[in-house]
Every structure is written in C-alpha cells, then in structure tokens.
Design a protein around this ligand. Sequence first.
Ligand SMILES: Cc1cc2nc3c(=O)[nH]c(=O)nc-3n(C[C@H](O)[C@H](O)[C@H](O)COP(=O)(O)OP(=O)(O)OC[C@H]3O[C@@H](n4cnc5c(N)ncnc54)[C@H](O)[C@@H]3O)c2cc1C
Length: 412
Amino acid sequence: MGRDRYDAIVVGARCAGSPTAMLLARKGYKVLVVDRATFPSDTLSTHILHPPAVEAMQRWGLLDRLVATGCPPIDTYTFDFGPFTLSGAPGTEAAPLTYCPRRTVLDKLLVDAASEAGAEIREEFTVQEIVVDDGRVVGMRGRDKDGATVTERADVVIGADGRNSFVAKTVQPEQYNEKPPLLSGYYTYWSGLPMDGRFDICIRPDRAFGAIPTHDDLTLVIAGWPFEEDEANKHDVEGNYLKVFDLAPEFAERIRGAKREARFAGTAVPNFFRRPYGPGWALVGDAGYNKDFITAQGILDAFRDAELCAAALDRSFSGARSFDEAMAGYQSTRDERVLPMFEFTCQLATLEPPPPDLQQLLAAVHGNQDAMDGFARVNAGVTSPAEFFADENVSRIFAEAQERSSSPAPAG
Ligand SMILES: Cc1cc2nc3c(=O)[nH]c(=O)nc-3n(C[C@H](O)[C@H](O)[C@H](O)COP(=O)(O)OP(=O)(O)OC[C@H]3O[C@@H](n4cnc5c(N)ncnc54)[C@H](O)[C@@H]3O)c2cc1C
C-alpha cells in the first residue's frame, strides 16, 4: 500500500490532468498525479491554443512562461473557401492572440505548474486497475517506474487519461451524442514557410488543410480527407498529403519551396460525450468529451473542464454542496457550453460542401470585417456558433451585404 490517502488522484498529466491537479492543489487539497509518460514528451496532436485557452494560461499565471519559450503569436485566421477568403481576428481585446506551442513545451509547463502548486507528480506510472469498494471508486493500482505494484487511495479518482481512458473503461459511464470518426488528418512540420502571424485554413469539398507557425521557426501543416478514404490514402500519406495543396496553387508553390523537418503523424478520432462523474470518480478532457480536431478545440476544452471540475470538487470537498449536486453542475455547464461547437465541428469534419444557405451567408460575410472577425471567433471557440448563426446576426450580415452592394463604389 502507498503511504497516505489523497483528496484526489489524477490519472494523466497533460492538458486536462495537470491544470485540474494544479487548481485543486492551489486550494490546498492533497493531490497525486500519475502518468505513464515522462515529460517533456510529444503526443499525437497538433497544438493550436485559441485565445480562450491563452486567457486561461493568463488566469493561471502561466502565460508569461509560455511567451518566454519564443512561441510566435498569431493574430489573424484566414479561411480560403475557393471563390473567396475570409480573414479575421480570432481574439478579443482581453485575449487577442493565439499560440501554437509544441506539446513538448506546453505539457511540461503544465506539469511543472501542478508540481509547484504542491501536487505530487509520478511519471512513468501506469495505472492498471481502478480500485472499487462497494460500488464506489476508492483508489487505483499501478506499476511505478521501478516496476513495483503500488496502490493509492483517494476521495476521488479523476480520469484525465485521454479519449481511450482506462478510468472510463472501468467505470463505464453513459456515453451520448456519439458519432463515428469523420475525418483523417496528417501533419508534419516545415521550415522555410513563414506565416507572418497567420493561421491559414483552406476548405474544399472532401479536402482541408491548415498551416500555423510554431516554435523553432517551423510551420505546422495538417491536411485531411474523409475518414472513408483513409484506407486507400494511407498507403501513400506523403503523396496524398501533398496532393491536397494542389487545390490552393499559391500555397502549393510556397510549400514546394519549404523543407519538411519531421515525419508524418496522423489519425482519426470518434466523437462522443461521457457522463463525467459517478461515485468516487470524475472525467476531464478527452476522457469525458471528445470531438474531431478540425476546429482544434480539445486543449481549450480540457482547460475549461479543469476549471469547472476543480471548482465542483472544491464545493463538494468543502461541504458546500453534495458531490452529486456539484458534479451535475459541472456536467450541465460543460454540455451547454460545448454542444453548439460539437455540432459545428462534426458538420465541418464531414468535409462536405457547405449547404447553399451557409454558402450565401459566408459570401455575405466576405468583405464585412466585423462579420469576418465574428466568423474567426467562432472557429477560435470565442463566440458560440449558436450566437453567430442566430437569426438576428445572420439577418444583420445579409442587410449589411445588401447595403454594401447598393452603395456606390468609393472613388479612385
Ligand atoms: C491529430 C490531432 C490534432 C489535434 N489538434 C489540436 C489542436 O490543434 N488544438 C487543440 O486544442 N486540440 C487538438 N487536438 C485535441 C487535443 O490533442 C486533446 O483534446 C488534448 O490532448 C486532450 O488532453 P487530455 O489531457 O484530455 O488527454 P491527452 O493529451 O491524451 O493525455 C492523456 C494522458 O494520460 C496518460 N495516460 C493514459 N492512460 C494512462 C494510464 N493507464 N496510466 C497512466 N497514464 C495514462 C497518457 O500517457 C497521456 O499523457 C488534436 C487531436 C488530434 C488527435
């Protein structure tokens, strides 16, 4: 047996686990974080941090450290739909910038912050069993870095162990809003492909790609195709990846002059919500809610979960609320905030051409800077798609387009 009982054991130390542990430890709780990985280490994921995630880093006092790593700031998103390109600012006055830090850098920074807050971190620790007593999770058992089997107990075991969560497999939570994988994406890093503070996205029927600057003067470029095509395409990832850029000749020219600096990585992911709590357990990040990466929301969702879950557990530990009441609030707030983005993301991930009414709307957005900023902010997770696509906003965009087309062109 281990030495002591913990208030919380967090399984997984990346974007969901370390912030959850950090926030609980900052409130004075005794927290153990375990991960089978060591840090710094990479993981299969691109790493766009939209402004709400950057704002969370700022709230936690960690943004200066991120900026000090030399990660280039991004202030503009462009969406090339073929007939036109929308270009807008993704952020707000309070949080104007996006960053795209390598996971080797970001995750290590988060692990260190959890440790500084007082959480105990055990790397190279693989959880092999969730200990259940009389229907309630009471701890976990696993193998530590020396190969010893260790059991630790806690009031709550938090699964921050990703979309294939071992904790979730054990507690078998209700799963809802499920959709199969829709898109396969492959990415790598290029030198000699400057982006000048832009995140460029190109969308065509059955194909999409995105390019964004990251550490070390490299540009991350991800390209995707429908999941049904993956079986045929993955035999020649490089050839099929490069073929995607032919749909945007200017970019194709630029990437031909750049140098690939890493191997290809890629995958496809399922879409689902899981009930994120039960007797003695909770789920945060991808373990509790996962969706396609086309809108790059996973890290900001993990950060939001960390704050919501840590606050709910604090209410429960302090006796202000029962565990069930506090955690039901976590679930309902999470679901309410993310559902419109989940639907928007799943629709986009089909890579089907936008339906005619959406095409008309996007054409009306083109040239209207406020509306283009609004569209960029939807993709950045700043504005809910429900708000942007609300009748009132759509009518306003069409009315402004009408006004632009009927007003005389400026002289000169
Ligand atoms: C191709 C791709 C591109 C993406 N691009 C973006 C993007 O640009 N922006 C964005 O915001 N999101 C992106 N995402 C989503 C993002 O990667 C995830 O949402 C995010 O990593 C979730 O963090 P997490 O902490 O929940 O899980 P993970 O990052 O998956 O971390 C889980 C951790 O749990 C540990 N673990 C698992 N099982 C055990 C066990 N039994 N014992 C001990 N440790 C265990 C693992 O070692 C791992 O470190 C992308 C995802 C993919 C697949």
